[in-house]
Design a protein around this ligand. Sequence first.
Ligand SMILES: Nc1ncnc2c1ncn2[C@@H]1O[C@H](COP(=O)(O)OP(=O)(O)OP(=O)(O)O)[C@@H](O)[C@H]1O
Ligand SMILES: [Mg+2]
Length: 595
Amino acid sequence: MIAAPERRVVAVLFSDLSGFTRLSAGRDPEEVRDLVDALFSRFRVAIESLGGTVDKFIGDAVMAVFGAPVAHADDAARAARAGLVLQKETASYNEERRLDLRLRVGINFGEVLWGSVGGGAPTAMGDAVNVAQRLESAAEPGTVLVSAAVERLARARVRFRPLGPISLRGIPETVEAFEAMEAIAGGTDVRDPGDRPAPLAGRREELDRLGGIVREGRGVVLVEGEAGVGKSRLLAEARRRAREERPESWIAEGRAPEEVRLPLAPFGEILRATAVIPLTGGDEASGLASWLERDLGSGDAMERENAAQLIVLSLGYSLPQARVRGIDAERRKSEAFAAWERWISGRCARAPALLCLEDLHAADPATLELLELLARRAPPGLALLAASRPLPAGALPSFPRLALGDLPEAEAAVLAESVLRARLSGELRAWLLQSSGGHPFYLEELARHLRDTGQVEGDPARLRGAPDRPDGLLGLLVSRLDAFPAAHKEVLKAASVVGRAFWPGILEGLVGTSVEEAIREAARRGLVEPAAASALPGEREYVFRHALLREAAYRLLPKKERQRLHAAAARRLAATVAGGRRVRAMAAAQWEAAG
Ligand SMILES: Nc1ncnc2c1ncn2[C@@H]1O[C@H](COP(=O)(O)OP(=O)(O)OP(=O)(O)O)[C@@H](O)[C@H]1O
Ligand SMILES: [Mg+2]
């Protein structure tokens, strides 16, 4: 299926090689091609590893897009980092091949139309693209020139130098430009806006339940909830309490990385966080193995050595000297699990243990199996807390669950107040709650954005005017939609035209296919939920969980498509005789929006 064209807010990166003419002079064209080709392969790797898409190569120029087909919350920063990486790649390539290539990079951020022209691969089109190209031509060779929008969005993760207003070819007004200087270490995480986290708001009951399990030292709980709802935060708080109550405890955490599937990655992190191995001398694998051998306590030395090797091998390390390498895979796995159990229960016998396994939605099957085994055996003294985003039923073992949802109003307000360091006026409180739906991450981001852009004043804090939304937040929301299968995403986009509330029957008329499956999936992922009551008799009503989420879906639609869908919605609603006044009013509004 060819994806429908979308209006997307993206970072566009242009780069162009200079010194190219000199390179070509006196060289065979094939040789030149090979030289450029080798460098551009490195460019592609760099761009893609930062989540960008190479839009096209045009001669000695490269155009890349960050934010399409998949958005991230930090696309501007990713693009700026990519620009710096391309400069580094060029420099080291020059050194290796004794060349003198110079690269100019320009980056802009803005709305584009993303779609295919003439049946080709999708590409970004629009003014934002032209400005990126103009910035590139204005850049000094060897530098990365970005627009003010990029600087504003990326400044927490990249250091910039202001260049003042510059004029760009073909653009009447001057624009503020910045030069990207260097990436700020550790600034990759979206959840790290260089701000101290707000004190924990609410979650008292949830913490008590986790605390009970930790104190009892037996059992497992799976905390389940959508991205950013506060699972990691809750687990961190549980660990903090455990540390306070029983400082002698063994407390460790491991995460399943989303980028790569490594075998038993969360357990591997727990091991590495616990093991004390010398930093120098020998490789990590053998260091871990000999540490484990000692930590496995008394008992037959040969058995301990085997167990230690099995554990290290099960993490994907290679141990050339390992004796256990010969045995077949199935047996090796069950023996490795037995070794893990032995190590963990041995430690629990010495001190109470709290092990946290995060992001299980990205975990490999072995991690889930080992977790299940530990939950079943329940060695005394071991408390296991796991966290996952919602997954299809049956995808995770049936552990006791703690469903984590949005914050109730009063607690959401507390969170916003601690970000703004002021009480909230009634109007601001209502706006924040309505926009975020009490989702802690959105709420925190919105409040920070208002604060950092000077859109609130006074105590109690009031809005200074009509608030605008942070672009970064929109990227985050769009990324949640992008994670959907394409056909489902089209259904949600059409639903956004109906409004924050919509009905399967109306929607079916708009998209011409069955929508049940898409709605069910969207509900499971916390994007929409059934409303308590329905304005259409006999029709279930659904609502987008957050007003912002509906807006994010709506903004993806090209204008013409919006109008077509509004008109179709108007016809469907008008035909719904049973609807009464509210429905007639909605139909009228749809006609109006259809223009
Ligand atoms: N109850 C709360 N009080 C204050 N801040 C909170 C609360 N819950 C979440 N936050 C903040 O919201 C942000 C997102 O929370 P967190 O990282 O725990 O989400 P998550 O559920 O682990 O998401 P993911 O599925 O992406 O891992 C963090 O900055 C966190 O500090
Ligand atoms: Mg998390």
